[in-house]
Design a protein around this ligand. Sequence first.
Ligand code: GDP
Length: 272
Amino acid sequence: RHNLEARQLPEPLESIRDQLLRQDVSARLSEQWLEVAEEALRESGMQLGSEQLQAIMREQAKAFIDERIGGGIQPDTRIVYIAGPTGVGKTTTIAKIAAEQLFRYHRKVGFITSDTYRISAVEQLRTYASILNVPMEVVQSPGDMQRALQTLQDCDLILMDTAGRNYRNELLVSELQSLFSHSEHSETYLVLSLTSKSGDMIEIADHFSKYALDKVIFTKMDETGSFGPIFNLLHAHNLRLSYMTNGQNVPDDLLLANSEQLCDLLLGDTRS
Ligand code: GDP
């Protein structure tokens, strides 16, 4: 990052570099994109203006996200495992997704929670279950899981909240794995908060990668102005970008990630 800050660049590229730094885009990714713009500038005999260079940056950021967009819950998915550290907004996000699936796609939804270490977490999910009128099962051991799946067999979609407690707790990791009976039609989502540091998000994803993660959900986009960490995480981990949440309101504050919007957030609205 220090090298990137110190590097001499042609003037229009300096302001783009500063924008990437402000947005906390990693030095590696920034260098990668800037090199392409520098090369184009050189090839043009230094004729490209700042608008054209902005467009080159945007093209790259957009291509990067387009390759990694994963959409929401797939129509044939039956079980969704939701993992992530405590406090990122997992329970709230599960309630938002449940409402989306119930009201927009008319699917019969059920909840399973294994987050029995915190009574408040179970109660919180139970509250959403009763508001949304969806059945909920609590599991404490792999045997319970079989029973819970049996009880919820009429549901089209089961959302399973996993114990977030402490992602460093290896015991929990193996315990969770024993709960995961990976079937063909399951998806595993990692929930991360945009209020975390970029390096911490990558470390959390490293720990949770034991669960064969498919997609990532970013919460609390309303609480930050820097969106580079989304790009950094997707650069470091082979995950598909799914939902984003932008507030505490259930069910409204849920969005499907969209590459144009993310490029606007990262680079400013530079579309002509
Ligand atoms: P969990 O421990 O991961 O299950 O997290 P919770 O669902 O209990 O959420 C923790 C806090 O974050 C609650 O106060 C939520 O209202 C809040 N929260 C969740 N999503 C968002 C969001 O998108 N934006 C903001 N500002 N707050 C959120």
